[in-house]
Design a binder for this molecule. Structure first.
Ligand code: SF4
Ligand code: SF4
Length: 350
């Protein structure tokens, strides 16, 4: 089969498996190794030390898959409107965590695509990645023509917006590369202006240490008083720099059933999140991206949100000050102090 024919068939299979976008790039060294090194040297990845690992592999897929000649980049839409949000009223959760864990969904589809491709041509052999290895996913998605990297650092597509999960197949087959995506941000700076913490320090440059998403998901310790207040109502992640993007205004809803919001997994109140056991957390969130924070991280965030919004009861916060996890206990103490200072009345229902 010629590279052109195999490329056409692989793209058809990807769409048949439910991916919304698919493109192909030639496997070569990423031309932003210096930018990555500088970003890391400035410490903008915070405590995400894993980003320092596998530097050489991160900028060259041929070191991840011996004989790799092509990168197949895919995108899967996860957008759902705000009315579908599954978490307790008065709190916020980033859309990507509303449904089943995207790693599971994309890995299933990517492995199916690899198997179908291998059946077409044995050279279509390699490895699948989705936010799970040293692969610069957005660079490859742009290079494969899926869209462009916006000033908010995310991959944007003119038709679908930015609420997209990305994945890649690094394969040994020779395929026909697509033209790289073209920047359509223009003079817009809405995401930079809307970010409440100034985390987008320059177009396409994020300082994770200032980002609500990093604080509520990746950061394991206590938050500073300023960080706690900036978290606002966000229990997990933050969508502000996507919500304000004009390219998301007409984003279609995802057709992926496994991203259906898991309303039954969430308790109805912040009190329940504050006092949840490890076992209950695992039962509720074991199959969702929320699992990443572990019980302690979500309880810490729940305490922080309760302190900021007045959601949940003072009694639940007081109980949480005796939590076995000292980080949860500290967040609960801080929350009580903030509520007392602000004289925020207690709302037990949310
Ligand atoms: S996720 Fe939120 S805090 Fe982070 S850069 Fe975007 S708007 Fe700013
Ligand atoms: S808000 Fe504007 S600048 Fe930011 S990513 Fe969207 S189009 Fe680009």
């Amino acid at each position: 089969m010629t590279p052109a024919e195999l490329s056409r068939r692989i793209k058809a299979e990807a769409l048949d498996l439910g991916f919304d976008l698919v493109g192909i790039a030639r496997a070569e060294a990423v031309d932003e190794a210096d930018l990555l090194a500088e970003w890391l040297s400035r410490g903008r990845h915070g405590t995400m030390r894993w980003m320092e690992s596998w530097r050489e592999k991160r900028v060259d897929p041929r070191l991840l898959v011996d004989g790799c000649r092509s990168v197949v980049s895919v995108g899967l839409l996860y957008f759902r409107p705000e009315r579908d949000a599954p978490q307790p009223r008065g709190t916020k959760v980033a859309r990507y965590a509303w449904g089943e864990d995207y790693h599971r969904v994309l890995k299933d589809k990517l492995h199916a695509l690899l198997a179908r491709g291998r059946a077409l041509d044995p050279a279509f052999d390699g490895r699948a990645f989705t936010d799970s290895g040293p692969v610069m996913e957005r660079w490859w998605a742009e290079r494969a023509g899926l869209g462009w990297r916006g000033k908010n650092t995310l991959l944007l597509n003119q038709r679908l917006g930015s609420f997209l999960f990305l994945g890649e197949l690094l394969v040994r087959a020779e395929l026909d590369p697509d033209a790289a995506g073209v920047d359509h941000c223009g003079t817009c700076t809405r995401c930079i202006e809307a970010c409440p913490t100034g985390a987008i320090v320059a177009p396409r440059e994020l300082d994770a240490r200032r980002c609500i998403s990093y604080w509520t998901i990746e950061h394991r310790g206590e938050l500073s008083p300023e960080e706690e207040e900036s978290v606002g109502a966000w229990l997990f992640g933050c969508d502000i720099c996507q919500d304000v993007c004009p390219w998301n205004r007409d984003a279609p809803e995802t057709a992926e059933e496994r991203f259906r919001p898991r309303a039954a997994a969430w308790p109805s109140s912040l009190d329940d999140l504050l006092t949840m056991s490890d076992e209950e957390f695992d039962a509720r969130f074991g199959e969702s991206a929320i699992e990443r924070t572990r019980r302690g991280g979500l309880a810490r965030n729940a305490a922080t949100v309760a302190g900021n919004t007045g959601g949940g009861s003072m009694e639940a916060l007081e109980t949480a000050t005796a939590d076995a996890d000292p980080i949860v206990a500290a967040a609960a103490r801080h929350a009580l102090a903030r509520r007392e200072r602000a004289a925020i009345p207690s709302r037990t229902a949310s």
